[in-house]
Design a protein around this ligand. Structure first.
Ligand SMILES: Cc1cc2nc3c(=O)[nH]c(=O)nc-3n(C[C@H](O)[C@H](O)[C@H](O)COP(=O)(O)OP(=O)(O)OC[C@H]3O[C@@H](n4cnc5c(N)ncnc54)[C@H](O)[C@@H]3O)c2cc1C
Length: 426
């Protein structure tokens, strides 16, 4: 699953960063070099807070460089469902945060001229079953009436071909607020922007141990060095290891896989996806797909395998799914296959907060982190500099770790989780 992604193969030129050697000091040490960590460093440096990022592999080697690049509004499930769970004010705030997250990315990209093919063309949420159209229509009405959001438009089955050349779906809805980008190039650009403001990033520098001394300074040990800091941020999301058990057991890593075709003739790619939107669907184990800047189709779905052979089957299965949606691609070559870990939480909503010892964390974007994680990085920076976002309904300061001790319990938990996910969507 960790094989070369199409994004890595088509990424902008980037520098190799050094491994941490010896001892360094800073204000805030950040463990994890994905969007959450990079954005935390970027926003802290803007406030003249000195940061060091420790990344186990390379910047964007986790989900941030491997995802579908679909920068989507909202969360899993409808805002109406979130209103029922959290109340109207919280739901309104959550919705605004999701819009803010995309504006933030757009502004960072503009300010730093990040070359990552960012396009705010909207997303298309495709109905897998006729009955799913009812939910999408209800959602459009609710969003206009309650959230005063008018950028959602329903597309009936008879008009589906104005969006995509397929009969696989039963219509869908457009949300003009969403976007897409080259996910790894955004991570690379964000890393350079943070470094430009003074952040230090060490790659191949896994945090192995975290301790606090008598003065409550944080000491993070890596294979060849250590960092001493006033504050600690852990943003390892689906790749959380053993450095903090509470965080590790509060995030549910779910494997997602992607394939990418060879570059397609322009007429073909413009015919299969007409308006260059980020597409995802209401299927139980969803598909998400889109065009890329070099005219490929990038197609993703969920994947979890217990053996290498299963992994091959999963990719074959995903390819068959792609051909169900677009049979006209039957002679098209698949050039890349890869996967990564998406961080979920048991509440299916991202968490941001602090552990009892003061450690800051953010994780569990539940497949919406391409948008949300940059904002969460900013909110971590605001929390550290005491500019806490008022009444933020996503702050969770008391994590309740899930007892995922055995592989069996984990597998059962994930299956139950998928069921819950389906219920939330449909
Ligand atoms: C295949 C796939 C498709 C996806 N598609 C989409 C999509 O289209 N839209 C969307 O919104 N979201 C999508 N996601 C999810 C999205 O990518 C994530 O929500 C987002 O990237 C989270 O960023 P992050 O920085 O929190 O975590 P990550 O990017 O996973 O970063 C965590 C980092 O921590 C590092 N790390 C872990 N342990 C240590 C340690 N001990 N020391 C140092 N470093 C460590 C890891 O190496 C990793 O780089 C997808 C994810 C995957 C895998």
């Amino acid at each position: 699953m960790e094989s070369l992604s199409m994004w890595e193969a088509t990424a902008n030129k980037r520098k190799e960063r050094e491994q941490l050697q010896g001892e360094e000091q800073c204000d805030v040490v950040i463990i994890g070099g994905g969007y959450s960590g990079l954005s935390s460093a970027y926003h802290l440096q803007k406030k003249n807070v000195n940061t060091i990022i420790l990344e186990k592999w390379r910047v964007g080697s986790g989900a941030s460089g491997r995802n579908g690049g679909e920068v989507l509004t909202g969360y899993i499930g409808s805002m109406e469902a979130w209103e029922k769970k959290k109340g109207l004010e919280a739901a309104k705030k959550m919705w605004q945060l999701s819009l803010d997250s995309i504006d933030l990315i757009q502004n960072i990209i503009k300010e730093h001229s990040i070359d990552c093919a960012f396009k705010r063309n909207g997303d298309f949420f495709a109905a897998y079953k006729p009955a799913h159209m009812d939910a999408l229509k209800r959602d459009q009405e609710y969003m206009a009436r309650v959230m005063n959001y008018h950028d959602i438009k329903v597309v009936e089955k008879k008009d589906l071909h104005s969006e995509m050349n397929t009969d696989f779906y039963h219509g869908g809805r457009i949300d003009a607020g969403s976007a897409h980008f080259h996910p790894l190039n955004y991570a690379i650009g964000l890393a350079e922007a943070a470094e430009g403001l003074g952040a230090k990033i060490y790659e191949q520098s896994e945090a192995l141990k975290v301790e606090r001394d008598a003065r409550n300074k944080v000491i993070v040990t890596t294979p060849n060095g250590r960092v001493i800091a006033d504050q600690l941020v852990i943003v390892t999301n689906g790749y959380a290891g053993d450095i903090n058990q509470t965080i590790k057991r509060s995030v549910i890593p779910i494997e997602s896989i992607m394939i990418a075709t060879e570059p397609l003739p322009e007429e073909l790619v413009e015919d299969i996806i007409k308006k260059d939107r980020a597409i995802h669907d209401t299927k139980r184990l969803l598909y998400y797909f889109r065009r890329t800047a070099d005219n490929r189709l990038a197609f993703g779905g969920s994947g979890r395998a217990s053996s290498k052979r299963d992994q091959r089957n999963l990719f074959d299965h995903l390819h068959a799914g792609m051909l169900n949606v677009f049979p006209q691609l039957k002679d098209t070559r698949i050039e890349y296959r890869w996967g990564g870990k998406v961080g979920f939480t048991k509440d299916m909503i991202p968490y941001i907060g602090q552990l009892e010892d003061g450690t800051h964390y953010a994780f569990g974007y539940c497949g919406h982190g391409a948008a949300m994680s940059s904002l969460f990085g900013k909110m971590i920076a605001d929390n550290i500099t005491n500019e806490e976002v008022e009444d933020n309904p996503l702050i969770v300061n008391q994590l309740k770790p899930i007892p995922f001790h055995s592989q069996h319990a984990k597998a059962v938990g994930i299956l139950k989780f998928y069921k819950k996910l389906q219920d939330a969507i449909s």
